[in-house]
Design a protein around this ligand. Structure first.
Ligand SMILES: Cc1ncc(COP(=O)(O)O)c(C=O)c1O
Length: 350
């Protein structure tokens, strides 16, 4: 953290406040200068990089079906820029990461929203509604986010496959940036990539692995995307230093599962505490953030109160979600402090 923002707690952008595993810092301490002054020779070995090779091995898929990029953001942008041309239709969840709309706009795509619906204690994809929109609109590209930002809901694997069966004639991007906070089982990746050659699954080191600052994301993709993959490949290699940090993160499963347990417990704490407060409604989330509807009349006051105390959470301001906070699950200490601040605010303003 830089000195000027030392005291500010940012629980607004879904970064992982626990930070990366100790092995990642060992890489920085022990870096061999050759990693810095030479290009990699991975391309000559017939692979993109050590990282793509490792990911392919871990997920049991061919290296040619793995893409590496400068964060999930970069891969999303590359895919949309590659596949969407002016006037092409792109299907986007009704509530979703704002960036999906931005990249569609960059290419002059026509954004078609499909439904995400509010249920009793969670949002959910309206699967039949989604398929109906697909059949009517025949989009060039479909974006699915699971878990979805900001609603936190996910598609179960059976639901996903049901949808993918329908969408075989288009490019489907499945954004799984947040999946590892709740999903320990990666076995669906191989199955999906082999069964659906039109699919691109995007993941990142930014969230679960606590490495948003080093900008690494990757995609696993079906065989239809060979040209896109070739277009995106960097023959002089990738960032050798950050790739080593990523590899060290992959070698630190114990560190991350301990962290996951703490975050899951705090997610439950937020869910239960908010749902016990009159006028508040927290939605079940499978990510590292939770969406909470708050009484509309306290929105401005609470925002001011928290900001003055250097506590930053995301006050949503979009159609349908304007009474909502999106809170990133921080460390146990930060989460407790935030909860206390919100309760103090309510006491002081009652
Ligand atoms: C849904 C979703 N996908 C992808 C990303 C991209 O993350 P990164 O570019 O850091 O990998 C984000 C970042 O907030 C996100 O919310």
């Amino acid at each position: 953290m830089s000195t000027d923002n030392k005291a500010i707690i940012y629980l607004d952008r879904n970064e992982n406040q626990y930070g990366p595993a100790p092995k990642c810092f060992d890489v920085l301490r022990n870096i061999d200068s050759v990693e810095l002054y030479e290009y990699s020779r991975d391309f000559a070995r017939g692979v993109k990089s050590r990282l793509s090779e490792r990911l392919a091995k871990d997920f049991g898929i061919a290296e040619k079906n793995v893409m590496v990029g400068y964060g999930g953001e970069d891969i999303l942008k590359q895919a949309v820029h590659c596949y969407i041309h002016k006037g092409d239709k792109i299907m986007i969840p009704a509530y979703s990461w704002w960036y999906y709309k931005k990249i569609s706009d960059e290419k002059g795509g026509i954004k078609i929203e499909y439904p995400i619906v509010e249920g009793k204690d969670s949002f959910y994809y309206d699967i039949e509604g989604m398929i109906k929109v697909y059949r009517e609109e025949k989009p060039k590209l479909v974006l699915i986010s699971s878990p979805n930002n900001p609603t936190g809901n996910r598609l179960e694997i059976e639901q996903l496959m049901y949808v993918l069966e329908e969408m075989k004639d288009t490019v489907v991007i499945l954004d799984e940036a947040y999946t590892l906070f709740y999903n320990k089982d990666n076995s669906h990746l191989k199955k999906l990539v082999e069964k659906y050659p039109n699919l691109i699954i995007i993941r990142t080191f930014s969230k679960y692995y606590g490495l948003a600052g080093i900008r690494i994301g990757f995609a696993l993709m079906g065989d239809n995307h060979a040209d896109f993959n070739m277009f995106s490949a960097r023959y002089l290699g990738y960032n050798r230093l950050t790739e080593l940090i990523g590899l060290a993160a992959l070698d630190s499963a114990d560190y991350y599962s301990e962290m996951r347990e703490k975050m899951t417990a705090d997610m439950d704490m937020f869910f239960n505490e908010f749902n016990a407060m009159p006028g508040f409604k927290a939605f079940k989330s499978y990510s590292n953030f939770i969406l909470v509807e708050i009484p509309e009349q306290i929105k401005d006051g609470l925002k001011k109160y928290l900001t003055e105390r250097n506590m930053i959470v995301k006050f949503m301001a979009e159609d349908g979600l304007f009474k909502h906070l999106r809170i990133t699950i921080g460390t146990q200490e930060q989460n407790k402090l935030l909860m206390k601040m919100i309760k103090d605010y309510l006491k002081e303003n009652n």
